[in-house]
Design a protein around this ligand. Structure first.
Ligand code: HAM
Length: 417
């Protein structure tokens, strides 16, 4: 029989890896709670139109990477990111009515049909954060500060914060025209993608990585010189607050990001340890998105972190232990006693295992060791006659007899302290 394999670009998170996932999920819940964020869970598929309108039809995500399918005449898509779905939910459920400064986060799988490589998958997971209804620069600085605090809480020490401002509906259209005008005379020197983008979405040209295009791109007009006064002041205040908080950053005028909804502040955190796919997290402000999706004219800002990428660069955690007490009945007569003790100890919150297959004593000790058991409790003929359990401390190798009436209490005290 042929073996069925996981789909290209997807991967299993196996039991040995799951501890680090649970740790970063837990860190998100704890840290974001301190900043007033609450969790939201939205569906994994939505109407295709939501992403087309939200992310932009000229983006790579919407143009080539979505998993779209027909559902009896309706066009549906597996979510390629979380922001559009969250904004849809906020509008549909009128969440802004009860909470004009809404802070939410979400964890879960996203789907993009990209070419798989290290750190790039077709099903991947994001930690996503969104703050809606806040217009002042202070929330931009706070979101960035929280993103970095999260990386540190997860144990990441080395990374770089990169920032830019992409302007707003007032100043960007004129900049886009300036860019297009500067690109047109040189368009034949650019890659086919950039030739197309010159007409469809010239900002995307700034994202191009093709080496031959770089001399042209580096000489293009910079958005920082074309921001309106409001956008310039907003960005200057974000930078001032980051400096006040002691957060180092680097400006990159080419950071336009792969989604069209961004306005003003955009940011990314990169790590050299990741190789080509070096962005650990990315985000920014999206002041027009809620309106574009049919909601009130309110601002938004957020970021998403790629969990697979974070896991790839975190220090390898120590092997976890899976067992507090391992029970070894050495004769059939001890079996019932063992079942009772196992139930009592588990009821007291201990992780208790035994070998249900009844292998040799040596094999069972080996099992206990492999599981990282802290204590082994043995009951043989000798122990039964004396009315005790022989309790072995697997760390110090000391062994003592403990009266059967006290053994549950004894082990619970040892483990829980
Ligand atoms: P994004 O830059 O498309 O932004 O994705 C954010 C992060 O998701 C990336 O920095 C990366 O770590 C991870 N990621 C993206 N694609 C893949 C992939 N194929 N495989 C593995 N990891 C990947 C967004 O998604 C925006 N919704 C972020 C946002 C939230 N902006 C405002 N609010």
């Amino acid at each position: 029989m042929t073996v069925i394999r996981a789909i290209k670009g997807t991967r299993d998170i196996l039991p040995d890896e799951v501890a680090v996932w649970q740790r970063i999920e837990g860190a998100a819940r704890t840290l974001f709670g301190r900043y007033g964020y609450r969790e939201i869970r939205t569906p994994i598929f939505e109407e295709t139109e939501l992403f087309a309108r939200g992310i932009g039809t000229e983006t790579d995500i919407v143009g080539k990477e979505m998993y779209t399918f027909d559902d009896h005449g309706a066009s549906l898509t597996l979510r390629p990111e979380a922001t559009a779905g969250i904004v849809r939910s906020v509008i549909e459920n009128n969440l802004m009515n009860t909470d004009p400064a809404l802070k939410v986060y979400a964890l879960g799988p996203m789907f993009r049909r990209e070419r798989p490589q290290k750190g790039r998958y077709r099903q991947f997971h994001q930690v996503d954060v969104e703050a809606l209804g806040l217009t002042r620069p202070a929330i931009d600085a706070e979101v960035v500060e929280m993103a970095l605090g999260y990386l540190e809480a997860c144990g990441l020490q080395s990374y770089e914060l990169v920032l830019n401002s992409v302007g707003d509906a007032k100043c960007r259209p004129a900049y886009v025209e300036t860019l297009r005008a500067a690109l047109r005379p040189q368009v034949s020197r650019l890659c086919p993608d950039c030739q197309r983008r010159t007409e469809t979405n010239p900002l995307r040209v700034l994202d191009c990585k093709v080496p031959e295009d770089q001399p042209v791109i580096e000489a293009l007009p910079r958005i920082a010189d074309h921001l309106c006064v409001e956008c310039r002041d907003h960005f200057a205040e974000v930078l001032r607050e980051l400096e006040l908080l002691g957060i180092p950053y680097r400006l990159n005028h080419r950071l336009v990001r792969g989604l069209d909804y961004y306005t003003r502040t955009t940011f990314e955190v990169t790590s050299g340890a990741l190789g080509a796919q070096n962005s650990v997290l990315g985000g920014g402000r999206y002041d027009g998105l809620v309106g574009a999706l049919g909601g009130p004219d309110i601002s938004g800002i957020g970021f998403a972190l790629g969990m697979e990428r974070l896991v790839l660069i975190l220090p390898v955690p120590e092997g976890e232990t899976r067992c507090d007490v391992f029970l070894i009945p050495l004769e059939d007569a001890a079996f019932d006693e063992t079942l009772r003790l196992q139930r009592t100890l588990r009821g007291a919150g201990l992780r208790v295992l035994m070998d249900p297959e009844g292998r040799s004593f040596k094999a069972r000790l080996k099992m206990a060791d492999k599981l990282g058991a802290r204590y082994v409790a043995i009951r043989g003929e000798d122990e039964r006659r004396k009315g005790v359990w022989s309790v072995r401390d697997m760390k110090g190798s000391a062994q003592e007899d403990v009266t059967e009436s006290r053994v549950a209490e004894h082990l619970t005290e040892r483990i829980h302290g």
